[in-house]
Design a protein. Sequence first.
Length: 254
Amino acid sequence: MKENYTALYPNEEVALKVGDYSYEHSTKLPKHITDHHTWGVETQERSNYMISPLQAQFQVWMAKAIGAKRILEIGTFIGFSTMGWAEAVGPSGHVTALEFSPEYVAIAEESFAKNGIKNVEVVVGDAKESIKKLSETVKDPYDLIFIDADKTSYPTYLEQTLEYSQPGSSTRLLRPGGIIIADNILRRALIAGPRYPSPSPDANPWAAKERERTWRETDMAALHKFNDMMVQSSRLETFLMPMFDGLGMGRLVD
């Protein structure tokens, strides 16, 4: 429907300016968080794994808006988004961060220690196994779960979240009314249609660098499945926000 189009930006220059304007007119992130992002961009080969500072502002705002005090992050990388969650829940809150790579965990934990961040626990290993173990031991359910890891496992992460958050269970993973946020679910708009043309390397340098990872058929199929599972679940109220690389959000109604 034409009414659903986001016809805000006539060209890339205007889009960039709008992004900068939005960033400047949103509550600032603490300096140690933006400094970590800058350091990651300058030193990490896969710095594009990080969310943008503007997205971090949104996520911190969202977590505070729902009063989140316990957050589970699936996919931590070097800890930038984790720092945002830690800021959002405050010193009395808690963030559990799951990361497969010991190398990235070492970087994240060093950054947490350097900046006096003490409300984050990092769990190393396959997130699917870590989630299963958490579901068996968690005493207080999480208020928010953020998914930003391997795309082929998105459907599994959602299945686990719902399976381990059954009504009446004494060990719920996500509380009633809790929020699920999943990143990268539009994949530079390609998810919206199978014939949507891939951006050319000249028009989009990101595409040239990330084409092989981003447009793998297995990833695309998994994201399609995840998006369908979200909206078709009777246990979720959902909203797909066409910003950043696509944010899928769901509220657990039971």
